[in-house]
Design a protein around this ligand. Sequence first.
Ligand code: 3H9
Length: 648
Amino acid sequence: MSVSWNRQDNIALIWIDNPPVNATSHAVREGLVTALAQANADAAIEAIIIACKGKTFVAGADVKEFGKPPRPPFLNDLVQLIEDSAKPLVAAIHGTALGGGLEIALAAHGRIASLDAQLGLPEVKLGIIPGAGGTQRLPRLIGMSEAIDMVASGKRISAQKALDLGLVDRISENDLITDALTFAKVLAQTEPRRTGHVPVRDFDKAAVEAQIVAIERKARGQISPGEAARAVYNAGNLPIVEGLKFEREKFLELVSSEQALALRHVFAAERLAAKLPDLDGVTPRHVQNVGIAGAGLMGAGIAVAFADAGYAIVIVERDKQSMDLGAKRIEAIYDRLVKSGRINEAAKEERLSRIGFHFDRSAFAQCDLVLEAVFDDLDVKQELFASLSSIVRPDTILATNTSYLNPDSIASVIPDPGRFIGLHFFSPANIMRLVEVVRTKNIAPDVLAAGLAVTKRLGKLGIVSGVCEGFIGNRLFTAYRQQCDFMLEDGALPHEIDAAVEAYGFPMGPYAVTDLAGLDISWARRKRDAGKRDPALRYVAIADRLCEAGRFGQKTGKGYYAYDGGKRSIDPAVTTLIEAVSQEKNIARRSFEQGEIMAKIIDTLVAEGDRIIAEGIALRASDIDLVLINGYGYPAWRGGPMFQSGRS
Ligand code: 3H9
């Protein structure tokens, strides 16, 4: 039975029990309709509580039912029944109240949440808008601008923030059901407050319209955030019945759109990525105390990511000066987070208190995992791990964050390579969601499982990669950049390629990205590897020529573009340089349409993705899509190149 109810005192406790996340599947909707009717018909019942078994309140509509013909009772009708309930009704929220789950809670007459609960309307991330009243009821509780922000971003908020905004009425710090019963008894003495009848507070129309325009611009081609914002805006301009009608129609239109299909692919792909056939039933090796070697840009970001997730961290730098610099770097990251309002001063202090700074490796002795983020040089890393082997426990996991070195070569210096793993973070590590979990040659199953468990606890997306030059991500990126360079040499210009890529939905084109990152590091690598290059392969010398001219990107005021006064502009000198390179190879330059540029890029990514899968580096096509979306700005609403090509 996915819905049941019992009485406690004179309160009906309706329980939803639909693992894993109590989604409002058909049986749940049917069960709720029946339970509500029974509880309302029972003369002894004074108030009703809706609560959930398991680890969470309702986390949304059942996404597995999307794309299938809808079966009544529909969620929006059920939500209306809840609001119309003659007897006062309380939603008792623990875990997450998301999407349709929050819509149920919004229609209740009172909401109580446990302290660690999270609430949100994440529908836009699935390419849709809330379809059961969320756009109309949320602004009635928290105001127009806050509601637009929450619905269009899809972000979750904490119970405390929900209380501050007026989204929940009470927080339970003890037993949720006991506190919900107390609350329900209070509500039983009053007329139910029906959210749909609450007027939307006055708001500044011009400011909200500007907010919506900004949301649409930021969505870069994704439809749902703007549509969601406009649906919420209706709550301030239309009677609720009309607002609900518009919302429902828009929901039904979007749920079968291409973008929603692509985003559902991403949703399913993310859950699949964590499932490895050979790890079935394997318990991850335990990790709580984490050591990080090196507190440069990468190490500092990684330390913050671990501290944010509640780990205890030991950082070791090679001397006092580097250690102090590392500590300053980490503090600076937290200062920025405090300044932007993402965390408060107390949270900063608490997280910093869990990071210990040392300049002696013996501080790693008690760590469950030691991750290096030192200079990307084989000798440096081998020396580190060779010395660690005699410091840490025999079961301590050793991890490298290398981007380009072979982790198996690094592991060759330790006696037990089964405990060696690659954890390749992307920069800035406390922000970027992707982590490549590198399956080294001799890795123990519980170490690989630990890699995935740790990335999940960090709130990141771990994608398992085999060992190859650049792993999955940088290998795809290299192929993509090479294709762009071919087009430059054949007749396109940097701004044309950047414009095509940005119009497709990437936040930045490849040449703007390169200018931002700097051209010098990859130039140094090319020079170092020049001897290994196959002379029969096409080589584009444009980047080398730019570097020879001292154009290292934004930091030198010029790269693929000029940056006079920091503002990017097309530089005729670069056009001349590119044309000269084409001429040296007798290439007759031609023009490229945006569509052709993108078709070539996608074909290249798909071909490289196919090779990566054929070599067993990636497990599945959908992992290729996830790496590009989460590491390189590929627009999620397009699903990824493998999805576009029908491979995933
Ligand atoms: C919506 O509500 C529309 C309404 O406005 C209108 C309707 C008319 N449905 O993520 P996990 C499964 S749209 C079905 O690894 P966690 C998931 O596939 C919905 N299944 O766990 C996986 O199953 P499996 C709005 C779902 O603890 C298992 O649960 N809601 C759903 O890391 C565990 O998932 C959302 O978008 C679902 N809605 O995180 C919420 N959700 O093992 C989406 C999960 O067989 N969900 N499953 O692959 C989440 O954000 C996370 O799952 C959650 C738990 C935070 C809840």
